[in-house]
Design a protein around this ligand. Structure first.
Ligand code: YXS
Length: 256
């Protein structure tokens, strides 16, 4: 594989992003390799999966690959977007997916971390949700994912400011389960993975799927869905999204 490294030992699968040149930006190719690894681990009966970066560098993942986002007038996060597919695959995987975070996490990669079941990070990790820097209307499922994990005022602070949240604050508000010193992070993560493999995989899979269904059950009327979709459409067809993408590609700050 060109963009991820994988390993499988003692019923624990490991997927390590390996696209340092683009700060592990989640491109369709990298996501396809990650999905293939998840399918392989599922076939091999993995009892836990660790999602990490291969380089213990400054950036865990820079989020959605902006070069693969539409430039204007098209929904940037449709249901079949590769990143949306990956988020659903992680949530549906029949065993715990444990995020091992070192470095900074950006945009859709934050949604990926929050789609994992357990999150460990080292003290210098940060978490930023950045659609408003691109003028991008985030997906309803993504906003619901954050809402199901964090207090609404924290979700709003993250989405409205796009400012990184420190590891210490991320633990306090509930983005991460534990902050662990860098030298101990790997042992803490794989220690949890080993513990999980000694428990009933069937009971865990049933509990995980039940929690997924219940946490995503936000019954809304079709007209309400259409209203919310139109809110997003007005943004991705508007001037801010066009300016946000152009600014990123031209490596300049956007003027909203
Ligand atoms: O110029 P080259 O070819 O070397 O490429 C540069 C960057 O363009 C590239 N790169 C990315 N390419 C595509 N998509 C990305 N998200 C992305 N991020 C970075 O990687 C090469 C090195 O980047 P550089 O020089 O900036 O590295 P750095 O170490 O100085 O800074 C690392 C970051 C992550 C702080 C910086 O690259 C950065 O701020 N990246 C953008 C983070 C971000 O805004 N991500 C959100 C993407 S959009 C998304 O996830 C959702 C759709 S949403 O918007 O809803 O959140």
């Amino acid at each position: 594989m060109a963009f991820v490294k994988t390993a499988f030992a003692d019923s624990v699968g490991t997927i390590a992003f390996d696209r340092e040149a683009k700060r592990n930006a989640l491109s369709a190719d990298l996501i396809a390799e990650t999905m293939a690894a998840l399918a392989d681990f599922r076939a091999r009966g993995a009892r836990a999966v660790v999602l990490r970066s291969s380089a213990n560098g400054k950036v865990w993942s820079a989020g959605h690959d902006v070069d693969e986002l539409p430039h204007a007038d098209v929904d940037p996060l449709p249901y079949n977007d590769p990143l949306e597919q990956l988020l659903r695959a992680v949530k549906a995987f029949p065993a715990p997916v444990i995020a091992m975070v070192n470095g900074s996490v950006w945009g859709g990669a934050c949604d990926l971390v929050l789609s994992c079941d357990i999150v460990y990070c080292e003290p210098t990790a940060t978490f930023a949700v950045t659609p408003v820097t691109l003028g991008l209307p985030y997906s309803m499922s993504g906003l619901l994912n954050f809402m199901s994990r964090l207090p609404l005022n924290i979700v709003k602070e993250m989405f409205f400011s796009a400012e990184p949240i420190s590891a210490e604050r991320a633990e306090f508000v509930g983005i991460v389960n534990r902050v662990v010193p860098s030298a101990e992070l790997e042992e803490a993560v794989y220690g949890m993975a080993r513990t999980v493999t000694t428990r009933s995989g069937a009971a865990i899979a049933s509990a995980k799927e039940t929690l997924r269904v219940l946490s995503e059950s936000a019954p809304i009327a079709p007209t309400t869905f259409e209203y919310l979709h139109n809110l997003r459409r007005e943004v991705y067809c508007g001037p801010d999204y066009r300016e946000g993408i152009a600014a990123f590609l031209e490596k300049r700050k956007p003027r909203f």
